[in-house]
Design a protein around this ligand. Sequence first.
Ligand code: AHM
Ligand code: MG
Length: 357
Amino acid sequence: MTTATTPEPGQAGDEAAPSAPRLEQFEEGITLDRFITETANAHPENKGKFSALLRQVSLASRLVSARVNRAGLLGMFGGTGEVNVQGEYVQKLDEYANTAFKRALDHAGCVCAIASEEDEEPYYVPERFHSGRYVFAMDPLDGSSNIDVNATIGTIFAVFRRKSPEGTPADIDDILRPGTEIVAAGYTIYGSGTMMVLSTGEGVHGFTLDPAVGEFFLSHPDIRLQPSAKLYSVNEGYAASWTPAMRGWIEGIKMPGAGWAQRYIGSLVADFHRNLLKGGIFLYPATKKNPEGKLRLLYEAFPLAFLAEQAGGAATDGRRRVLDLQPDQLHTRTPLIIGNKDNVDEVTRLLSAEGGP
Ligand code: AHM
Ligand code: MG
């Protein structure tokens, strides 16, 4: 096992060191379960419900991981024939992941509502189960267009503490909250390995699934983003519809000698994960045609913005800090500029000066 990561174009080799896996952590064998227990011990006011929630997220992630790994053999590639509220074709694995997370969470007594990219309306925990203290918002399987080619996809989630009293029916005001009220966020990435990256507001930690024993082990403690990097992730196919400031910044970093490299997978969760570990800025900007961008605020931008800030990075919509935004609907969209802080600040300054599309 190695403790070093491979330097990439646009990145000094030693910049990756803080987030590189540490051998001693593998040897100590800190499981996600132990991490959850220790987090709970530090916050007895959560009454065990927060731990229950995280354990159910771990369970659902393992279920989805197993299904993703065997999808090509189980006839799980391709679409269901349905179109979701976003107007996108629902993939069989989208549907499986959506159901797996809802079933894992709805009867555990820890959540009152689940907001999902795949569902037009929120799912309120039924009367027969306890309507718990937390709200769970998720994109059950981000990067759906990559499912059928075995490229990396993932589940993205955010957790809020509900506003209305526990044990009563929740409503939409429990869900439509600014990102500053997030109490935990993370994602599980299904790639060449399965990894959960999690923050409960005390740094960002990565856990790798050992499929042989079905347990996540701490592999990337205290992931940190350096102030800047020279790697960008954006769909340049849309350059003609960008604003002049956005086009200008990209042209600038491509000048001879600028030393930038580009990576774009087309799964937000995979692009973000790569940039979190290696350094980089991800951009899905506003365009004249789509001033709101494409990505969804509540369950895509919010959780990743929370993680970015916890790791020392930043996230804006081109003008404002993402976590300060308030969704007015379940599926509100937002432009997203996210990654190393100095890079995000620079792009945000340029886009703000332009005054929007
Ligand atoms: P999805 O949630 O339906 O998978 O859509 C969101 C995805 C993101 O993962 C990714 O960053 C983006 O769409 C890619 O969009 P584009 O193909 O326009 O570059
Ligand atoms: Mg998505």
